[in-house]
Design a protein around this ligand. Structure first.
Ligand code: BGC
Length: 777
């Protein structure tokens, strides 16, 4: 695989670069992102740099600026440090730079940057290290070590800089600025519309040759800024260190209940600063190990280290971007940049949740609870559009906000007018995607408590939406769904998008089953939900509609029509738009209306249907659709590639399976300059896990049962992974001709190659006659 960063064949947790002059600065900032799910910051340099994107966000702190949709405010910068050596401000564009090396340790999230700066015939060695604590979510610590070959005078300015904005939009109003006990600086701010209060604190400790200096800083306050300034004379060979401790608290934090946030937060920082940088890092490293790495082992044996680096990277980014409260969800770009404004899409349910469901079900439950808390917003959206039940927002911020998708997008290349963004109105499959994820979660965990408190209600309320959404077609005597956008966003106003129709149908079927379960097993809950959702009437509606919903069937060539008109549209050669190392160029040649009239697909649509409902279609149909749609797909969205890799793997199209796997791994870490500038593609991180464990590793849920049908890429000699199934830990080891399944906890059943296996409590079995998936049938 071709990455824009270096890897180390002996350490799969390392990504780094020795190229400081890189055109990739924004991309490196994105992929060297640091976060703990509460706060996240891009991998920017401490000293300000031209063209940098200096962003730091706290999950869930949305604010809406007048006439703009709500977004995560870019917070005051706590990382900044300006250094002057004998009056020269550190800037790598000046002087000479030797031994530059910037690298991220993905095991514990520590970012390091080191180099020697040669200026005015003096050589000054700098080493910057920093981390965001996984042990104390509010805490950030950084350490800079400086030494020189000659005597130097060092001036340092470091503090809290609130002069940040979201591409010019200033969300935060200044509150107070304070200096406590000659050591702690504090800035408080408040978001303009959502009125969330923020408190930022910093303090510094300075050392020469490990001896703490007692120098008092000179404090300078400006507009939304508070800085400490130090002046130190350093003799040749002496080692200077500055350690910066910072923390952030907000009025929506659920872990701190204190009326005086300003006082409480500074007290927390006092306590943190009793420990040194190393001790705090150790605590954070232990938390990464305990909370994340122990729960989701994936080991790939191959001559090439990059697949292991890719899966480590994906899991690192997911952990760093996943909030800890059910009031918040993972943005399509997490906390890694301004792209998509921190909003959550179906990316979570379809592309990221499989990872959490199978490795950290408690987190999966939180992410689904967010949708439960979002029912109020989903009702608002349904009512506004003239429907009943819960219509989940295409873009979501605070759960109760409902739809937060923007109305206008970029300019049309033909008319020059801004294009209307229809997704918030008619990209309705999201309501089915949420139910799909709820069912996967329930099947994998058997979490009855969630089902009763939230899951059943989500399914029922979603089905109420779908049934109100159906339109009766007299001519065909069937229910249809017209005027939607399916996963393929090039086709606006499509009628009977297959993905949407199948999902709606399946959702209503699930709701019928839920009513039956409630009537039989939970009569009290039935009564409660009946009062809320009019279950008796809804049930009759579902029964009378469900079998009349139009499900586009494979035609004589086995091809499932993506929508009513797709197969009659003009075909063009799409190969030139399929190149992975550039962002799709199709809109340089056509506008959206024109693309709408072509047999060109943005991302897996019918292929995704086949991937999610893989029991519905036989191999011939899968292959026919692969052969038809893949050559027409630009894969402009990174969401396209994981389902393609998984289907290709199942069909024995090994090279294609590996190609799409590789492309996904290269989405953020690859060499393309433009990709990832606005932030990470977190769905593609979920996709890396899914292609590895569900694709090559073969983990699927079929009719509620666990199926493990692996088929490894040729380049891998073995794959080991760990998943949770019904509360037990299942460790699977696969080579090209052997498979072993070990259970820690209660015994489980699984299916391999059509045959059922049982693994008793706390034991392991070898699968006899192990047949790799593609050889079958
Ligand atoms: C894709 C959507 C996706 C969104 C956010 C779009 O380009 O077409 O499917 O949800 O990006 O990742």
């Amino acid at each position: 695989m071709k990455f824009c960063v270096d890897t180390d064949k002996n350490n799969s947790w390392y990504i780094g670069t020795k190229d400081y002059n890189s055109k990739m600065i924004n991309k490196i900032e994105t992929i060297m992102f640091q976060g703990n799910g509460y706060v996240g910051m891009r991998g920017v340099t401490e000293e300000p740099q031209l063209n940098e994107k200096r962003d730091m966000f706290v999950s869930g702190t949305f604010d809406a600026f007048p006439s703009e949709v709500t977004e995560l405010p870019n917070l005051p910068d706590l990382l900044n440090m300006v250094f002057q050596v004998d009056g020269e401000t550190l800037n790598l564009k000046d002087g000479q730079v030797k031994g530059y090396h910037k690298y991220l340790n993905m095991k514990n999230g520590e970012l390091t940057r080191e180099f020697t700066w040669i200026i005015n015939h003096k050589q000054i060695n700098f080493k910057f290290t920093r981390f965001v604590s996984m042990d104390n979510y509010h805490l950030l610590a950084s350490k800079v070590t400086i030494s020189a070959d000659k005597d130097i005078n060092l001036k340092i300015k470091s503090g809290i800089d609130g002069q940040q904005s979201n591409s010019g939009t200033q969300h935060l109003m200044e509150g107070s600025k304070r200096f406590y006990e000659g050591k702690f600086i504090q800035l408080t701010e408040k978001s303009q519309q959502s009125k969330i209060e923020f408190v930022f604190n910093s303090m510094h400790k300075l050392f020469v040759n490990e001896v703490l200096l007692n120098d008092k800083p000179y404090i300078k306050m400006g507009r939304r800024q508070i800085f400490e300034n130090y002046d130190v004379d350093l003799a040749a060979g002496q080692i200077f260190q500055i350690v910066k401790y910072s923390n952030i608290f907000t009025s929506i934090d659920t872990d701190v209940k204190d009326d005086d946030l300003a006082e409480a937060s500074v007290n927390c920082l006092k306590k943190s600063s009793w420990a040194n940088y190393h001790e705090l890092l150790q605590k954070s490293t232990r938390a990464w190990e305990k909370n994340i790495w122990k729960k989701n082992l994936v080991e790939i044996q191959s001559d090439d280290i990059t697949p292991q680096v890719a899966i480590n990277f994906a899991r690192y980014q997911l952990a760093a971007n996943t909030p800890h409260s059910p009031n918040m969800n993972i943005g399509a770009k997490g906390l890694t940049g301004e792209g998509y404004k921190g909003h959550t899409f179906w990316d979570t349910e379809i592309f990221m949740l499989p990872y959490f469901i199978f490795t950290m079900p408690k987190i999966a439950r939180n992410l689904l609870e967010y949708r439960y808390l979002g029912l109020e917003g989903a009702h608002k959206k349904a009512i506004r559009n003239g429907y009943r039940g819960a219509e989940f927002p295409w873009e979501a911020a605070n759960p109760s906000d409902g739809e937060t998708a923007p109305l206008w997008g970029s300019a049309d290349i033909v008319t020059g007018e801004p294009m209307k963004v229809w997704s918030g109105f008619i990209e309705q499959h999201i309501t089915g995607d949420v139910v799909y994820a709820v069912m996967e979660y329930l099947n994998a965990t058997n979490d009855r408590d969630f089902a009763k408190k939230m899951g059943y209600e989500i399914i029922l309320d979603a089905a109420r939406f779908w049934v109100s959404r159906l339109e009766y077609d007299q001519d065909h005597e069937r229910y249809e769904i017209t005027n939607v956008i399916g996963p393929d966003e090039y086709k606006e106003h499509a009628d009977n998008n297959a993905y949407t129709n199948y999902l709606a149908h399946w959702c209503i079927q699930k709701a019928i089953q839920v009513v039956n379960i409630l009537e039989e097993d939970h009569p009290d809950l039935y009564v409660t939900l009946d009062k809320k959702l009019d279950l008796a009437e809804s049930y009759n509606d579902w029964i009378s509609h469900v079998n009349k919903i139009y499900l586009p069937q494979p035609n004589e060539k086995g091809v499932i029509p993506q929508d009513d008109k797709y197969l009659a549209k003009r075909k063009i050669d799409v190969t030139k738009y399929q190149i992975n190392d550039q962002i799709s160029e199709i809109f340089k040649d056509y506008n959206l209306d024109q693309v709408n009239d072509l047999q060109v697909t943005k991302q897996a649509d019918v292929m995704l249907l086949i991937n999610l409902f893989d029991d519905y279609f036989d191999k011939d149909v899968k292959l026919a659709n692969w052969n038809y749609y893949e050559p027409k797909t630009t894969h402009e969205s990174s969401l396209s590639m994981p389902p393609h890799s998984m289907i290709a793997n199942e069909l024995g199209l090994d090279d294609q399976a590996y190609k799409f796997y590789r492309w996904t791994c290269e989405t953020d870490m690859g060499v393309h300059v433009g990709k990832s500038v606005q932030g990470m593609h977190l769905a593609s991180c979920g996709g890396i896990w899914s292609m590895t464990v569900q694709g090559f590793g073969g983990v699927r849920i079929s009719n509620g049962k666990l199926r493990i049908d692996p088929h490894l890429p040729k380049a891998w000699s073995s794959l080991k992974y760990q998943i949770c199934w019904h509360g037990s830990i299942v460790k699977v080891s696969i080579t090209h001709d052997e498979m072993e399944v070990e259970v820690v906890g209660d015994g489980i059943e699984f299916i391999n190659n059509g045959q059922e296996y049982q693994v008793p409590d706390n034991s392991k079995i070898e699968v006899d006659d192990f047949v790799p998936e593609k050889v079958k049938g």
